[in-house]
Write a protein of this length. Structure first.
Length: 679
């Protein structure tokens, strides 16, 4: 997200790593420790801790943290909607990296705060950490957490923030810069129909450097929020000059009556499903001992014949990419539901299934609305509320067992499929091998793998491609005897920053490991590798490079011996096709195109230039000729020289690891080397 931000006379802090200073001499016992006395104890007041250590509050100062500011303000508006006080939210991105979020809720209170009588409640909320209306549960039955720091943190890290509140038929306004009010709260007019809160802000370049809001990222955030609460309408607006993606509209009205089911159906597209219908619904969670409500859940589940399994979870409309206790309850509910159905049908084999067998066959979305949620960290990526697991399991299992009983034929079909997965898992555990499909033995192939027919691994290769479209082109272009194709769904998990639990649960990576057959980590066995070459083949653009980087990170972390033994390669698809008359040549990138236009064609010749948008849109004949035919293609072998192991390890950790500040530092250190950034 975008644009020139406020300048300031305050010097920008240099965040680059410096060499460690020589250790100070240890004072002799009893000398008092030099200058270490009461005056050395620093007390940070107000919002200064946020500006000093933003990573403690928003996870860092990288792009994700930058957009977390937008999420915090939008979450506050969503809390008003979920509580039943707002129906419409307007999100506007303007030139200059100004973001405005406006709701038609109750409006932040503007009367004097009873504890801080010289300040309004609005000013207390925006300038005091852990101040808000979500602690007591009186104003919000459910909300995005109890930290009470969202609005104040955004205010602290904004170069300028302007807030308008419409309530009690009046409009109030106040302006802040870097967390400090620069105007008093003033009444700027009367209103008959308007109500709610409007916050307009731009992040501080002193904190975030040259980062900008991404319209695509903000639009997807708004879209996901609209899916999560079917009662809200989000009106998206963006300066057209900022939109560079044809899939992102400058204006849109986002309202989805089908909620999570609409979202899941939109994401699945043409994925092969066992059932044509998505099982979705909502339910109240069990009440508390005092009879009060503990919340509710919504869900949407599709059972897949093939394709990438997934589970996306949310708590009070907050995404929880690292899962948590609500996901644990979801897993247990489905597992126990299938086992109970197996017992009811006298199918003893159902006892062998586990949660991975079930989750490996579903694409699901789970949204929980619970009181007093507890998250791991302020960025709220994982729900840790201990009671959520039991509450979700109890509510969902009852509905799931009712659904199975109401659809016995479909339930039997699903159970048979999941038992097949469980037995296949047990066979692999016993055999510790993945035998190649033969004429006498039919094997359900992992994911969407299209295998080759030759059994000698040394003479075969597998292409890892992005998506079904590219997979379709590659399957038509391949040599069926020696070349296998495994389509992967978009960008895989970043294993350098993901937990072990997430890695094990990721179906895309499990399918990949199963297809290779050699195991991972300390279970790697080169003798069981089913292909002589593993070739990463992605689009010749930035997204393709990112996917290739994620795959290389996976192989480097989990299958390093596969790289050391020389099995991993990168395909080199061209970006352009140059045609004149009956002659066609290909160019890898823009410089190569210009070079070949000058060297391969006569001056002023009329050359037809075609740019391949991706492998999926490349004719199979072109793909075979340029990228897959061993006689004419170019492959880059991925290597990790022994003498560079330390440097390689450091570089992977800096660029792909969990510490976002290391990536930011790398960008700062190397930004001067960028001559042209193609966006």
């Amino acid at each position: 997200m975008n644009d020139d931000l406020f300048s300031s006379s305050r010097p920008k802090r240099d965040t680059r790593a410096r060499p460690a200073a020589a250790p100070a001499p240890v004072p002799a016992r009893g000398d008092g420790g030099g200058d270490y006395d009461a005056s050395a104890i620093e007390v940070l007041e107000g919002l200064e801790p946020v500006r000093r250590r933003p990573g403690m509050y928003i996870g860092g100062t990288d792009e994700a943290a930058y957009h977390h500011l937008a999420a915090e303000i939008l979450d506050n508006a969503m809390d008003e909607a979920v509580a039943g006080h707002a129906t419409t939210i307007d999100v506007t991105l303007e030139d200059g990296d100004w973001l405005t979020v406006r709701d038609n809720g109750r409006g932040i209170p503007v009367d004097p705060h009873p504890k801080f009588k010289d300040r309004s409640a609005l000013e207390v909320i925006l300038t005091t950490l852990h101040a808000g209306g979500k602690f007591s549960g009186k104003s919000y039955a459910t909300s995005g957490g109890l930290h009470g720091v969202g609005s104040s943190v955004v205010n602290a890290l904004a170069a300028r923030l302007e807030v308008e509140v419409a309530r009690d038929r009046a409009v109030w306004r106040q302006i802040y810069e870097r967390g400090h009010p620069v105007t008093t709260l003033e009444k700027i007019g009367a209103t008959q129909n308007r109500r709610g809160t409007q916050i307009r802000f731009t992040p501080d370049p002193q904190i975030f450097g040259r980062l900008h809001f991404s319209p695509a990222r903000l639009y997807r955030l708004c879209r996901s929020k609209a899916y999560l609460f079917r009662g809200v309408t989000i009106r998206w607006s963006c300066d057209p000059a900022l939109v560079h993606d044809s899939d992102i509209p400058a204006e849109a009205v986002l309202h989805f009556p089908g909620g999570l089911a609409d979202s899941l159906r939109d994401e699945l597209g043409a994925s092969a499903a066992l059932l044509t219908e998505i099982w979705s619904g909502d339910a109240d969670l069990p009440t508390a001992p005092d009879g009060t409500s503990t919340g509710r859940i919504e869900w949407a589940v599709a059972f897949l014949e093939s394709g990438a399994a997934s589970l996306s979870s949310y708590c009070n409309t907050i995404p929880t990419p690292q899962g948590g206790t609500h996901e644990n309850g979801f897993r247990t509910a489905l597992l126990k539901g299938f086992r109970a159905w197996g017992e009811q049908r006298s199918n003893k084999r159902a006892a062998a299934i586990n949660a991975d067998d079930v989750l490996g066959a579903v694409a699901a979305k789970l949204s929980a609305f619970i009181r007093d949620p507890q998250f791991q960290g302020q960025t709220k990526e994982k729900l840790t509320s201990s009671e959520a697991s039991r509450l979700v399991e109890t509510a969902l299992r009852d509905r799931f067992e009712q659904w199975l009983a109401g659809h016995p034929a479909q339930a039997d079909n699903l159970l048979a499929f999941i038992i097949e997965r469980a037995e296949e898992r047990l066979r692999r555990k016993d055999q510790k091998d993945t035998p190649r499909k033969s004429a006498t033995r039919r094997l359900r192939l992992p994911g969407k793998l299209t295998d080759c027919t030759r059994e000698n691994a040394a003479d075969t290769e597998i292409f890892l491609v992005e998506g079904d479209s590219a997979g379709g082109s590659a399957k038509q272009a391949r040599n069926r005897e020696t070349q296998a194709v495994l389509p992967l769904r978009g960008k895989i998990l970043n294993v350098a920053s993901a937990s072990t639990e997430k890695l094990r649960a990721n179906q895309e990576l499990r399918d990949l490991v199963e297809a290779l057959g050699c195991g991972i980590g300390d279970r790697f066995d080169a003798a069981r590798l089913r292909y002589g070459r593993v070739i990463i083949m992605t689009d010749a653009d930035v997204d393709g490079a990112h996917i290739a980087s994620l795959l290389m990170t996976f192989f480097y972390r989990e299958l390093p011996d596969l790289i050391r033994r020389g099995h991993l390669y990168l395909a080199q698809p061209p970006l352009y096709r140059l045609t004149q008359g009956g002659r066609t040549i290909y160019a890898m990138d823009d410089p190569d195109r210009e070079r070949k236009l000058k060297s391969e064609f006569k001056p002023n010749a009329r050359v037809e230039i075609s740019r391949f948008k991706g492998l999926g849109e490349m004719p199979p004949g072109d793909l075979k000729q340029t990228t897959m035919d061993p006689k004419r293609r170019t492959l880059l072998q991925v290597v990790t020289p022994p003498e560079d192991r330390a440097l390689t390890s450091e570089r992977v950790e800096h660029l792909m690891g969990r510490k976002a500040e290391l990536r930011f530092q790398f960008i700062q250190d190397h930004a001067r080397l960028v001559d042209n950034l193609d966006v």
